[in-house]
Design a protein around this ligand. Structure first.
Ligand code: BGC
Length: 768
């Protein structure tokens, strides 16, 4: 029977009371869990709290020694392990099978940062649904996603897995992913449990170096970092994962305040908290515990229900109980949480799965992945409308660069199951679109089209394609291929160069101190620029890169955070104008690394730059200390980033009128109705992302210069005008004050509606 997740406890927690309760899904669930718990031995309880990644799964399952496994990939092994658990263990408790399905299982969607660039919760939800359908067809019922770590540092490799720097965008998209994974009915065999990670603050690693300590104050923890985690709890996320970092000296796997006071008591979460990979054992190298036993004790007492791979719970749980260092109540609570999640997923009734190989890479999955890649592509520059290319005018097209035909690299980080053989690269997609057959190509490349994608407008091949990568891979320093690439550019009337990062350059433990183009890619762009041709640069990367110089040398620039399986078709359609870019930067692009951390919603400083200050090269020799203006800016980098948050161009132009509010004063329980008129003033139908920002002018603690509060994608035909209205409850202006009280403060506010976080006309209002 389908049991929809019901959050409130209807008749208290006691089993004795159950008889007097009317039977509701919650009371049935409680009765089931308590009944099972009452029959369990200590060893079986500790077994449930154990997640393993290797060993004799079947034997452990029979003995009730595991609650969950991760990284079993063979479907027969999964079935057999589950059979051992359900049919041969004393209590028949099914095992929860977990896997990192981060941005797709087989059909790979853009990396989460690329999905964030869509500003489209529907496409993000769809991606997660596709992932769940594919993964569950091979026995997986738990994914370690979404990662909602706020990330303000592109040196940190895991920025790729995040939704960027903004807590509102991350909340909306993180919740959308939870919905997609968990579906409408948790017991549906295609629903998989989401795991919201990494709890909490991991993205604030000092210096952007992975696993480093964080020093997040309670103010910014509550106002920034916790926000998306709280939204996911409201969405009904079934599980959370503790993070590797210590915040202000407390490793997150031992942080009672976060795990008990906030997550459980304040947010009412009753699912599972799992540690990160060995993050309990790693409290020993952290210098927070003497040994694994003490680390296990700290984690159990802090409220980590399940231990991922470090094994201290099963090894020392009984001893810790006997020594009264942990108590049975904590163990029971952890096991209750685990059994509850298994119950909600319907695993007790239906522990097995239907293998369905046809569903992998289903045409509708590939279409959704392509759409996500299209919407996530950001047009950063388009001088003289160089893009889109007109296929009837381009007689010879030069495709250049190490990412033009790199099927593995375009999938991005955290891909365990996607197969590069199924990736369609830009070279393949463009050649297929232009109907260029392999033997017609100028150059040695023979392409092999695996996925056919829908493309209505194929024309017979009138365009000659020359493929000269110039470099073999992104870090390649061997420049011997560059002259051939330059010669190809000279012979062509359109030059598209695909540069960026291999997927291994971002992701876990892949932080960089230099985030400019690697290898000889800068030299490749320099050399191409000498041809005088309009260079169209397409960047595929796991993070924002410091590429100002290469952008200056290009006429047009498309940025595609590793776009996944269908990245090639998505880019081909954008390059040839079958699709119009609408992606927006989900994170600020710095000009240089020294500006980091650089994010749009920083607090107001006492000395904001006036932009009339003197910059480095204008400073007179022997200038006096105060002659430059004592304000907040860099002498050498000036005032601005390379690109601000929320930025992205279109092939059309939009005119956005001044914002209006329906009143100038609102009560605390009021709703602000804000609107603006937007017109498509260009000649292509296109989508614009309208973004509503506010500023609270004076607060009891200093407030951000701007905060995103709402956004909407608006599609308009050429010449079409629309009034777009946002309803913003005044309660959305609330923040945590210095005493950690949450509420709206009376006073004056500004409101903007624009297509980026850049300055624009504002509307003023008051909250009384
Ligand atoms: C990562 C997690 C991941 C886990 C399991 C860890 O190293 O930090 O994000 O879910 O491994 O693979």
């Amino acid at each position: 029977m389908a049991v929809k997740y019901v959050k409130n406890i209807i008749c208290g927690g006691s089993v004795l009371l159950m008889a007097s309760c009317t039977e509701t899904p919650v009371s049935k669930e409680n009765a089931f869990v308590e009944n099972l718990l009452s029959q369990m031995t200590i060893d079986e309880k500790l077994g449930q709290m154990n997640q393993v990644a290797w060993g004799d799964w079947c034997d452990m399952a029979k003995k009730g020694q595991i609650g969950s496994v991760l990284n079993i990939t063979n479907i027969n092994d999964i079935r057999e392990m589950q059979r051992c658990a359900v049919e041969e263990s004393r209590l028949g408790i099914p095992v929860l099978v977990a896997r990192d399905v981060i941005h797709g299982y087989k059909t790979i969607f853009p990396i989460p940062l690329g999905q964030a660039a869509t500003f489209n919760p529907e496409i993000v939800e769809k991606g997660a649904r596709v992932s769940a359908i594919e993964a569950s067809s091979e026995g997986i019922r738990w994914t370690f996603s979404p990662m909602v770590d706020i990330s303000r540092d592109p040196r940190w490799g895991r920025i790729a897995e995040s939704f960027g720097e903004d807590q509102y965008l991350s909340s909306v998209l993180g919740s959308a992913m939870v919905r997609g994974y968990q579906g409408d009915d948790l017991t549906d065999p295609t629903s998989i449990a989401a795991c919201v990670k990494h709890f909490v603050g991991y993205g604030a690693a000092e210096g952007g170096r992975d696993y480093n300590s964080t020093y997040i104050t309670e103010n910014s923890l509550r106002n920034v970092y916790l926000k998306p985690f709280q939204s996911a709890a409201q969405e009904g996320a079934l599980t959370y994962m503790t993070s590797f970092n210590d915040n202000d000296g407390i490793p997150c796997s031992a942080n009672k305040k976060i795990l008990k006071d906030i997550l459980r008591k304040e947010w009412g979460f009753d699912g599972v908290v799992v540690s990160d990979w060995a993050s309990i054992g790693e409290m020993v190298p952290h210098g927070f515990a003497h040994d694994n036993k003490e680390a296990g004790m700290q984690a159990i007492n802090a409220g980590v229900d399940m231990e991922m791979v470090s094994g201290s719970y099963v090894a020392y749980g009984k001893e810790l109980l006997a020594e009264k260092k942990i108590d049975i109540k904590s163990i029971d609570e952890a096991v209750r949480n685990i059994l509850r999640v298994k119950y909600r997923l319907g695993l007790f009734e239906n522990p097995y799965f239907e293998n369905n190989p046809e569903i992998l890479y289903a045409p509708e999955h590939l279409d959704a992945a392509k759409q996500a890649a299209i919407e996530g592509t950001i047009l950063l520059k388009n001088e003289r409308n160089v893009l889109p290319l007109d296929r009837n005018k381009v007689k010879t097209l030069a495709i250049i660069g190490p990412l033009a035909d790199a099927p593995y690299e375009q999938m991005g980080t955290w891909v365990f199951d996607g197969e590069k053989e199924r990736s369609v690269t830009p070279l393949t997609a463009i050649s297929q679109m232009l109907n260029v057959s392999a033997d017609k190509m100028d150059g040695q490349y023979k392409f092999n089209v695996v996925n056919n994608y829908s493309n209505s407008n194929k024309v017979s091949g009138t365009t000659n394609v020359i493929f000269e990568p110039g470099l073999a891979y992104s870090r390649d320093k061997n420049k011997s291929g560059i002259p051939a690439a330059v010669s190809a550019a000279r012979r062509a009337d359109a030059v598209v160069v695909f540069v960026g990062e291999e997927s291994i350059l971002s992701g876990e433990a892949h932080s960089l101190a230099d985030i400019s183009l690697q290898g000889a890619q800068k030299e490749l762009i320099d050399a191409l620029a000498t041809t005088g041709k309009d260079i169209i640069m397409v960047v595929m990367a796991g993070r924002p890169l410091t590429i100002g110089d290469q952008i200056d040398k290009s006429a047009a620039v498309l940025y595609s955070f590793h776009p996944g399986t269908m990245g090639g078709p998505a880019l081909a359609e954008i390059i040839f104008g079958e699709a119009v870019p609408s992606g927006k930067t989900p994170v600020t692009f710095p000009k240089m690394v020294g500006q980091i951390p650089l994010y749009y919603n920083h607090n107001m400083t006492g000395r904001p730059a006036s932009r009339t200050e003197t910059l480095l090269n204008e400073i007179p020799v022997e200038a006096g200390q105060t002659s430059l203006g004592c304000t907040s800016f860099y002498l050498d980098a000036g005032f601005d980033p390379l690109y601000p948050f929320g930025y992205g161009l279109s092939y059309t132009t939009f005119e956005i009128g001044a914002p209006k509010t329906d009143a100038t004063e609102y009560n605390m329980n009021g709703v602000i109705t804000a609107s603006c008129v937007i017109t498509n003033t260009g000649n292509m139908e296109a989508t614009e992302v309208l973004q509503l920002y506010i500023r609270d002018l004076v607060g009891s603690v200093t407030r951000p210069v701007k905060e995103l509060k709402a956004f909407e994608r608006v599609t308009l035909k050429p010449g079409e005008t629309k009034e777009v209205t946002f309803s913003l409850p005044v309660s959305e202006l609330a923040f945590w004050d210095a005493d950690m009280k949450y509420g709206v403060e009376k006073g004056d506010f500004l409101l903007w509606i624009n297509n980026s976080s850049l300055p624009s006309e504002s509307a003023a209002f008051k909250v009384k």
